[in-house]
Write a protein that binds this ligand. Sequence first.
Ligand SMILES: [Zn+2]
Length: 169
Amino acid sequence: MKTKILIGKLYKFKKQWRVRKAKRVADLMNRVINSDRFKQEVLGYEFTDRRYRPSSSEEYQEINDNEEIYEILMKGNEQDSNEGEDHTWKLHIKLGRGLRQVGRREGNLIITQNWFFKKPENEKEIAAHWFHEYSHVLGFHHDFERTDRRPDSVPYGLGTIVKRVLENP
Ligand SMILES: [Zn+2]
């Protein structure tokens, strides 16, 4: 079954070129998530932090089976949403003005810093960033500090996988 990645609400996307760019990124993401290559990469990845919780009131559990990680991603059952396993990701994005990291997540909202979003020809990097953040929306977690296990946690590992798939299809 295919998973659909849709643009939901866009905040502070004042100019049309920004909306068009968001759509190009979503197109890339749809291509990635429904590819065999993505599946193979997720199934073969050595994730070092596999913490996941289906809702924010629950304790984190470790998902040891990559097949299960893949299923969670494909099913699109967002934390604290009652839309269920609709095989749909709805991207709610707000452009921010922070200077440090490329972005972050607040609940179901992804914040992307405008300095990063407006860089020319970086749709692939934005796609990787939105995959990372959306994995948080679905319930995956990583350390906030720069620990050894952070770079290959599910959210960061997905960013790596997405770049790999897009740069070398
Ligand atoms: Zn993160």
